[in-house]
Design a protein around this ligand. Structure first.
Ligand code: GDP
Ligand code: MG
Length: 370
């Protein structure tokens, strides 16, 4: 019933988020994108000049008053902090502000909950959400559960906010047992999938790089009609026909995000575990973003830590239509192997990209067309 109504949200925090690597891009542009991904409509951004965090509210009490006023003016239901809040700060803020307060970690966990596909991923994300939530439950949660969930409440189920701490602890211990079982199972399935003949290309990359756009462009361009066999594939995997290879499964993945809180790295990795089954990693880069070289480094770090660095990879420099100068593009083309430049949005023809994919996939996976 509430599916199509976007949650109105206000973003807040210090102008430069604390602890964040210095980057060119305004941190609130990224936070707004994350909020949008989670289904929120940002109605206001209220930032505070940098200062040491205040123990009581994180931001200063004057700023809290300003936000409380903006909440009643705009009817916002959600206030999102661009940092992590302590349990005490949550409680104090919710006393002053007549809206649900969440922090960046909860927002990101919410996105993971939407994106987790495998049973292991779902359990990992729910575990992370519950462990994060446990010390932070406030009275507000119970009130708002009438609305039927919403951002920051997705994943563990809509009744989550009504359960007390004891029940959350019980759920955590059940999930941990389940996880151990699923992990055993996964090893078996992985062996099975490795033997399957259909090549898998995983689109990886920083959030907003254009992975989903490319995923759609590639699969729309494909004239192949879906058949029953693939009807059960999860929605983030689609089949694309590449001459010289045959059918290839293209997998879209959740975007990488910088300054990922350590506590939720495991949950994040579980949403990406599928990439270790891929035969080729296509690393999509928004080359029009002045921060893109930093982003490439972040993505490569995560790929390494997932144990996927020995999978062949291709770097797709995307959004060439939005480039203001060609310097960065030329530099990346020189310094990286297997690079191709495209515009996932504007290009009509992806045959060069498909040729590259064909080139980089192992021969034993290619159908014999001779
Ligand atoms: P993802 O987070 O990597 O999946 O990125 P999306 O595919 O959701 O794209 C993020 C934004 O970038 C959207 O607004 C797209 O329309 C835009 N975008 C994607 N590809 C291109 C491109 O080639 N050129 C331009 N100008 N914008 C693009
Ligand atoms: Mg996407």
């Amino acid at each position: 019933m509430h599916k199509n109504i976007k949650t109105k949200a206000i973003l807040t925090g210090f102008r430069r988020s604390a602890g964040s690597a210095s980057t060119v891009e305004d941190p609130y542009v990224e936070l707004e994108r994350l909020a949008g991904t989670a289904g929120a409509d940002v109605v206001d951004v209220i930032t505070q000049p940098d200062m040491p965090p205040v123990p009581k509210y994180y931001i200063g009490s004057g700023k809290v008053g300003e936000i409380a006023g903006a909440v009643s003016d705009s009817g916002a239901e959600l206030v999102i902090f661009n940092n992590e809040l302590t349990p005490l700060q949550f409680r104090n803020l919710e006393r002053e502000i007549d809206a649900r307060v969440i922090d960046r970690t909860q927002l990101i966990l919410d996105i993971f909950a939407m994106r987790a596909q495998s049973s292991e991923g779902k359990i990992q994300v729910e575990l992370a959400q519950l462990e994060y939530l446990l010390p932070r439950i406030t009275g507000r949660g119970v009130e708002l559960s009438r609305l039927g969930g919403g951002i920051g409440t997705r994943g563990p189920g809509e009744t989550k906010l009504e359960v007390d701490r004891r029940r959350i602890r019980q759920r955590i211990s059940v999930l941990k047992k389940k996880l151990a079982m699923v992990e055993k199972n996964r090893q078996v399935q992985k062996q099975r999938r490795k033997k399957a003949a259909i090549p898998i290309v995983a689109l990886v990359g920083y959030t907003n790089a254009g992975k989903s756009t490319l995923f759609n462009s590639l699969s729309n361009e494909s004239t192949f009609v879906e058949d029953k066999l693939f009807a059960t594939l999860d929605p983030l995997t689609r089949r694309v026909f590449i001459s010289g290879v045959g059918n290839v499964l293209i997998m879209d993945t959740v975007g990488f995000i910088k300054d990922l809180p350590v506590k939720i790295v495991e949950a994040f990795k579980s949403t990406l575990e599928g990439i270790t089954d891929a035969h080729l990693l296509a690393h999509v880069v928004d080359v029009s973003n002045p921060d893109c070289e930093v982003q490439i480094g972040e993505v490569e770090k995560i790929i390494n830590s997932l144990g996927a660095s020995d999978i062949p990879s291709l770097m797709i420099l995307n959004k060439t239509d939005a480039l203001k100068s060609l310097g960065r593009l030329a530099r990346l083309k020189r310094s990286k192997n297997n690079v191709i430049a495209i515009s996932a949005l504007k290009d009509k023809d992806f045959s060069q990209l498909k040729l590259k994919i064909e080139d980089l996939l192992p021969d034993h996976l290619k159908k014999d067309y001779s």
